[in-house]
Design a protein around this ligand. Structure first.
Ligand code: PXP
Length: 249
């Protein structure tokens, strides 16, 4: 039987809308509470170095006011490590960050930065924070993540979700499936996320070794039409249906 599949709801873009006007509305912490009521298993938030959406105070409030586990997405910088160590979230997902990008465009090059990342992973791990590396579905990046002591990888699903050509989409999906198998073989917990929607989530949810999906932009966009509660419940239902049906194994 496939393991339970968790849904982490990323609330960054609630903060994007709030920041467009500079006031307190809509409050991402209220969105996190609504996500919990809708059945989310965790909350994900990315404190970017340029603070374009989530702010420091949001992380403080999420840590203090939300009962669900917090997955803190962060760049591999001293500033972010200090913030993580102050709040001690359940998990930290290490992501690459470029100020000029619109979103996290690719996975972290763990293989190329092993020596810089190893001590960072150790410091977070020693503080009881479960560290995941956000990587492209490439076995070399998984091997490097394992080698530097990370217990978890999150596979970047953006190339699969963005592929318009069906043959390319299938190739990208095969890379995700192979990487998720490889993660299990080398003892890594496997998560996935980026760009997932109602249309793209099923085949990823059906991969039995993937145990967590982190989804944000689509859910916040869909909340405009359905409301956040209904948008999350529908995503959950699609995940569970795919998991039970076993498509994609
Ligand atoms: N996982 C990681 C590591 C991310 O950086 C993001 C985007 O912040 C997501 C998941 C969620 O992606 P999306 O907002 O496209 O659903």
């Amino acid at each position: 039987m496939a393991r339970k599949l968790r849904l982490g709801v990323n609330i960054d873009h609630v903060a994007t809308v709030r920041n467009a006007r500079g006031g307190p509305h809509p409050d991402p912490i209220r969105a996190a509470l609504a996500a919990a009521d809708a059945g989310a298993d965790g909350i994900t938030a990315h404190l970017r170095e340029d603070r374009r959406h989530i702010l420091d105070d949001d992380i403080a409030r999420l840590s203090a006011e939300i009962a669900l586990p917090l997955n803190f997405e962060m760049a591999a910088t001293e500033e972010m490590v200090a913030i993580a160590l102050r709040h001690r979230p359940h998990a930290a997902c290490i992501v690459p960050e470029k100020r000029t990008e619109r979103t996290t465009e690719g996975g972290l090059d763990v293989a190329g930065q092993r020596e810089a990342l190893r001590p960072l992973v150790a410091r977070l791990g020693d503080a009881g924070i479960r560290v995941s590396m956000f990587v492209n579905p490439d076995p070399a990046q998984l091997d490097a993540s394992r080698a530097i002591g990370a217990p978890v990888v999150e596979l970047h699903t953006g190339a699969y979700c963005d592929a318009e050509d069906p043959a390319l989409r299938l190739r990208e999906l095969d890379r995700i499936r192979a990487a998720a198998r490889h993660a299990e073989e080398i003892g890594l917990e496997c998560h996935a996320g980026h760009g997932l929607s109602y249309e793209t989530v099923g085949v990823v949810a059906a991969i039995p070794t993937v145990v967590e999906l982190n989804i944000g932009h689509f859910l916040v966009g869909e909340a405009i039409f359905l409301g956040l509660d209904a948008a999350i419940r529908r995503m959950r239902a699609l995940m569970e249906e795919a998991r039970a049906g076993g498509a994609g194994r």
